[in-house]
Ligand binder design. Structure first.
Ligand SMILES: Nc1ncnc2c1ncn2[C@@H]1O[C@H](COP(=O)(O)OP(=O)(O)OP(=O)(O)O)[C@@H](O)[C@H]1O
Ligand SMILES: [Mg+2]
Length: 395
């Protein structure tokens, strides 16, 4: 690290290195994970790799521009990617995660047809598979495992669900697996299976209190649904835990790299900081930080103070303006001053992060004037991954 600056994250080198097979874009909500994952996937494909991007909840226009019109859980070849299809060139597939479908497929693959039908029709299963906290994270990992096993792509770029905390991606799957394999569910299934006297014995053992409370909380019908769900799922016990463990190991294996995405704002960088620390604890490989939506005012040599002073002078001036309305110039100067101040604030929070994690390489992606909703927009984001220009405005 020279003069307080972090090492530069060379994303191109990362995507060109064929040993890298999985890149995971993590970060807190709304920082640009989906955009970054798609931009990295596109750039990697145009640099010759066979890529699949697993997106979660992409904005509709972005999804459309990648040819993702239906949520069918299948990777689709993205049209309009440079070199797609020609010999020796790379290719880009993209898919949107359908968490319910992914869950259904696990059930179908692991239970006999009658049981599978019983589980799929169960109301508790239906709410679990479509809305339980952590299901999306679990299914993203599950899908990642499936894509990896398919061996059809040489690079998988993974977008992560829009959780508030970046850590949810690591924690939620195991929470869900623990729940599904867990004692609470096994306990619930006892009355349904045992029946009669055994049931009474269990009640005497204090279990009645538990079911009593649960009945109040969940309602009798719901509890019955849970019980039948769990007995139907019985054959799969252990399976969820194992699957979560498998993908967890995949995340630690050589060939996987994490990219933490953050906006240059205190909350996002705090989350990024937790995540970086957690990856180190888990000995999971961190490639670096993508600092997204960095404000880069043009004419950075004109300081905020000078710009404001000029605006004030113009406003105070009574002389007729030769170039027409001075109001426009005043507005432009004030806007420039705002941007410069925002850029300075961004620099301060980024420096704070770097002071805490001086060795974490950083790639900066500028804030583009509009949302990113097509391949050209993604390419523009990808340009920030290319040969690194001197990006930072002078102090
Ligand atoms: N560098 C950028 N310049 C301009 N707009 C951007 C940039 N990066 C992302 N955006 C826009 O910000 C919005 C949020 O981005 P994105 O959906 O990638 O975030 P996310 O982290 O995936 O969000 P969520 O946590 O909800 O999944 C989108 O409208 C996207 O087009
Ligand atoms: Mg997203």
């Amino acid at each position: 690290m020279a003069n307080g600056r972090p090492p530069v994250l060379d994303v191109d080198r990362l995507i060109d290195d064929r040993r890298n097979r999985i890149l995971v874009c993590c970060g807190s909500g709304g920082v640009g994970k989906t955009t970054t994952a798609a931009a990295i996937g596109l750039r990697a494909a145009e640099r010759g790799r066979h890529v699949v991007v697993l997106t979660v909840d992409p904005a509709r226009r972005l999804a459309q521009s990648m040819g993702l019109t239906s949520l069918d859980n299948t990777p689709r070849l993205v049209a309009g990617v440079g070199g797609n299809g020609s010999a020796g060139a790379g290719s880009l597939h993209a898919m949107m995660l359908d968490m319910k479908r992914t869950f259904d497929e696990i059930v179908e693959a692991h239970a006999d047809p009658d049981r599978a039908a019983q589980i799929l029709a169960n109301p508790f299963y239906q709410s679990l598979s479509s809305s339980f906290a952590g299901t999306q994270e679990y299914m993203a990992m599950e899908k990642l495992g499936q894509l990896r096993r398919a061996e059809e792509w040489d690079l998988i770029v993974v977008d992560t669900p829009p959780s508030r905390s970046a850590l949810d991606f690591l924690d939620a799957p195991q929470r869900l697996a623990r729940f599904l394999d867990g004692r609470l569910l096994r306990l619930l299934v006892v009355p349904a299976k045992a029946g009669g006297r055994a049931y009474l014995r269990v009640i005497n053992a204090g279990f009645g209190m538990v079911t009593g409370v649960l009945t109040k909380v969940l309602g009798t019908q719901m509890l019955r649904d849970v019980q039948t769900f769990v007995s139907a799922l019985d054959t799969m016990f252990g399976g969820f835990r194992e699957r979560a463990d498998y993908t967890y190991q995949l995340l630690r294996a050589p060939g996987t790299e994490f990219l933490v995405v953050a906006a240059p704002e205190p909350d996002a960088l705090r989350e990024a900081s937790y995540f970086v620390e957690r990856l180190a604890e888990e000995r999971m490989p961190l490639a670096g930080l993508i600092l997204n939506r960095v404000q880069r005012p043009p004419a950075a040599q004109l300081s905020a103070a000078r710009s404001l002073a000029a605006a004030e002078m113009l406003e105070a001036s009574t002389a007729p303006s030769p170039g027409g309305s001075p109001a426009l110039a005043v507005a432009a100067l004030r806007l420039h001053a705002d941007r410069m101040q925002e850029a300075a604030a961004q620099r301060r929070v980024s420096e704070h992060f770097t002071a805490a994690h001086p060795l974490v390489p950083v790639a900066e992606v500028p804030a583009l004037p509009d949302d990113i909703h097509d391949l050209d927009g993604l390419r523009r984001i990808g340009e920030a991954f290319g040969p690194v220009p001197e990006m930072r405005a002078p102090q």
